[in-house]
Design a protein around this ligand. Structure first.
Ligand code: BV8
Length: 233
């Protein structure tokens, strides 16, 4: 019997053992920064330099050779590649560790619903660019040459996540939903498991119980580099 369509949802916890900060753990990003200061359109309009500094520090980690995809990223890449039915990897993460763990750098099966740290977008001309260096209000747009209009191409709070139509279509057919390394506190991603109740086998792999744990059919708690390869094999 052919396995059902698969959706994997990941959050910051899958990248924690690679050395990237999560958001809501005690030492997480939101323990050191206020969302209202660094992750909303209003924050960027009010103090772009502060927002650029927040993302420049995180973008610099993408250039750090010590930060590499871990066993969980590789296990997810194997699962998606080998799945004999449609498989969609939806990540809330803006890092590029899934991309680097997947053949061909991610491509169609990988959807960054909150955008990508390694991309910028120009508010003057609308053009998007791959960008791994620091960004400031003085940086000229590679396309239109204007300075002051470049922003990180990530989805801030209050902005509409990417790929929602594709995700909603996949949720209609999904038979297996695997949630990895997310606290289940940010919507609409946190609402996917509830949409699947009674229609799909839902599994949570997370370091500890999350806000969504009671909604899952199954949950295994422990580090992703242990739980995910074990689930995949
Ligand atoms: C939207 C990108 C409308 C940038 C992020 C008021 C005004 C406006 C909106 C709202 C509002 N009130 C509520 C909302 C909705 C809001 C929301 O959900 N707010 C929350 C706080 C209540 N959502 C939005 O604004 C979204 N947009 O609603 O638009 C709309 C919607 C649909 C259709 C039309 C219109 C936009 C949300 C996206 C915001 N951008 N990031 C950036 O990265 O800087 S959110 C941010 O949170 C990251 O993307 C992150 O991925 C995401 C979720 O966090 P997690 O990944 O779960 O990380 P966290 O630290 O929380 O948890 C880590 C977990 O890992 C923990 O459970 C931990 O135990 C576990 N873990 C740790 N180590 C390990 C591990 N697990 C395994 N192994 C380990 N080693």
């Amino acid at each position: 019997m052919t396995p059902p369509p698969l959706i994997i949802l990941t959050g910051a916890g899958i990248s924690a053992e690679s050395g990237l900060s999560t958001f809501r753990d005690p030492d997480g990003l939101w323990a050191r920064h206020r969302i209202e200061d660094v992750a909303t359109p209003e924050a960027f309009a009010r103090d772009p330099a502060r927002v650029h500094a927040f993302y420049n520090a995180r973008r610099a980690q993408l250039r750090d050779p010590a930060i590499q995809p871990n066993a969980a990223h590789h296990a997810v890449a194997r699962l998606v590649a080998a799945w004999p039915a449609p498989a969609l990897l939806v990540t809330q993460n803006v890092d590029d560790l899934h991309d680097r763990a997947m053949p061909g750098g991610g491509g169609a099966p990988l959807l960054h619903m909150h955008g990508e740290l390694a991309r910028i977008r120009c508010l003057a001309c609308g053009e998007g660019h791959r960008w791994t260096q620091d960004l400031s209000t003085a940086t000229p747009c590679p396309a239109c040459g204007k300075a002051g209009g470049l922003r990180p191409d990530v989805v801030w709070f209050g902005e509409v996540p990417l790929g929602l139509e594709r995700i909603e279509a996949a949720l209609e057919d999904c038979g297996l939903f695997l949630s990895i390394g997310t606290s289940g506190q940010v919507y609409p991603a946190a609402g996917f498991v509830a949409a699947l109740r009674g229609r799909a086998r839902t599994v949570e792999l997370n370091l500890e119980p999350s806000a969504g744990t009671p909604l899952f059919d199954e949950a295994e708690h422990g580090p992703a580099t242990r739980c995910v390869p074990r689930f995949v094999e």
